[in-house]
Design a protein around this ligand. Sequence first.
Ligand SMILES: Cc1cc2nc3c(=O)[nH]c(=O)nc-3n(C[C@H](O)[C@H](O)[C@H](O)COP(=O)(O)OP(=O)(O)OC[C@H]3O[C@@H](n4cnc5c(N)ncnc54)[C@H](O)[C@@H]3O)c2cc1C
Length: 449
Amino acid sequence: MKNKQFWADWLFPIISLVTFASLLATMLMTMDSIRVGSLLSYSAGLLAYTSMLTVTFIGSRPRFIEKHFGMPHMFEVHGVMSVMLTILVLIHVIIQWNGIQWVTDMSIVSQTGWVAAIALLVVMFTGIFSLSGMFVNTNPALRKFKEKQPRELNLWLHRLAIVSDIFVFFHLFNLPFLRDNMFFMVLLSVYTIYVLGYYAWWKIKVQMLPKYKLGKIYKGTPSLYVLEFEPTEGRTIPQYNPGEYYWIHFKDADGITKEGHPFSTSSSITDRFNNSIEFMIKEAGDWTKALENVKPGDTATLEGPYGDMFPPHIQELDESVPFTLLAGGIGLTPMLSIARHEHQIGSQREIHLVWGLSFKEDMFMLEELEEIKKANPNFHVHIIFSNEEVEGYDFGFITNEYLEQNGAGDYANGEFFVCGPEPMINAAKRILDNGNVTHAQRHIDDFGF
Ligand SMILES: Cc1cc2nc3c(=O)[nH]c(=O)nc-3n(C[C@H](O)[C@H](O)[C@H](O)COP(=O)(O)OP(=O)(O)OC[C@H]3O[C@@H](n4cnc5c(N)ncnc54)[C@H](O)[C@@H]3O)c2cc1C
C-alpha cells in the first residue's frame, strides 16, 4: 500500500521527468558545447513544457489511472506540478530576458513564448484562485475571494492551458537548432500529439455520451434535490459500483448551464434502481441552486463512472468483516449506495452508518434506513448533530470515543468508508490514525477537490 501512495504522489512527476530527460538528451546529442546559463534555461523551459503536457493529461481525467489513485489526489498533484512548472517558466524567462521590446520587434520565438507565458498566467490564476481549494481554502479572506469568482467563466479561461501548450510547441519549433534536430522534433511531436490528441478525444467522447432523461426531481430537504435519471432510446443504465460518481452535464434544460459537475450515485444497481440512477444534490452555489429550473423530461449525459470507494475486492469480502460508514452531511450519498447494495444482496454484515449533520432539517432517508435495519439487525445508524440539539439524537462531533461507545470502532478488523466536506474528512483521517487503521482499510471520497 505504501507503494500505491508512492505512485499516487510520484507517477506524474516521474512521467514529466522521463519525457524531459529524453528531450534534453536528444537536444544535447547534436550540440558540441553549451553555456551553463543556456543549459539551465533550456532545462527549465523543457521541464516546464513536459510538466505542462502532464498536467494537461491529468486534466483530461484519464479513468485508467484515476481508478488507482482517485481524482482528488490526481488534482492535488496537478495543482502542485502547475506551481512548480510556473517557477520553471519564470527561471527560463529571467535567463532569456532581452529587455522590454515591442511585439513587432520580437522574434517569432519570443512572440510565441510570450503568448504561452501570458496564457499560462491566466491558467494559474484561475486554477489557484477559483478552481482549486488547495492553496486558498486555509485563508478565510482568500476563500471568500474564491467563492466570489465566476467558476464557470474561470473554467473556460483555465482551458487556455491548451493554447499555452500549442504556443510552447511552436516556440520550440521556431528555434532553428531544435527544428533541425530530427530526434528532438519527433519526440516533441509524439509527446505533444499524444497529450493534445488524448484531450481532444476525451472532449469528443464526452460530447457523444448517450443522453439520460430526468425521470424525477424533488426536494428531500429544504436544500437537497433528489434526481433520478432513466436511459433513453432503449438503452440500459450504465454499470457502476456503489458509491462511484459521474459528472452530470445537462443538455437541453433551461436555466442551468451545460458545464459538468461531479456527483456520487446514491443508488446502487438493485431491484428498485434496475433501470434508473439516482443522485442527491445539496445546494452549494450557482449550478446546484439552478436545479430549481430543471424539470422531469430534461436530458443530461453522465460522464463516468469515476471513483474507487467500493471496488469489487471489497464487495467480495466475507460477511464477518464489519463496515463503518462515516458520512458528513451530503457525504451520505455514497454510503447510501453501499448500504443499498448490501441490502440488495441480503447481507447480514455488521454495518455502522455514522452520520454527522448540522441541523435537524438536514436529516432525511430515515424510513429507508429503518427498512434496511429490519432486514439486517446488524445494520446500525448513529446520527449526531453538531449545531443543534435534536431530541432522541446525539449532539457533538464524531470522535474515537463516539465510535467505540457505539460499537463502530473495530479498527483492527473493519473496513472504513469516509465521505463529506473537507474538515470532516480531515477529522475522520485523524480518528483513523488514532485507531491505527491501515491505508488499505480506508476508503475515502473527497467532495472538495
Ligand atoms: C467526487 C465528488 C462527488 C460529489 N458528490 C456529491 C453528491 O453526491 N452530492 C452533492 O450534493 N455534492 C457532491 N459533490 C459536490 C458538488 O460537485 C459541488 O457541490 C457542486 O459541483 C457545486 O457546484 P455549484 O456551482 O453549485 O457551487 P460552486 O459555488 O461553484 O462550488 C462550490 C464548491 O464545489 C466544488 N465544485 C464546484 N464545481 C465543481 C466541479 N465542476 N468539479 C469539481 N468540484 C466542483 C468546489 O470545491 C467549489 O468550491 C461532489 C464533489 C465531488 C468532487
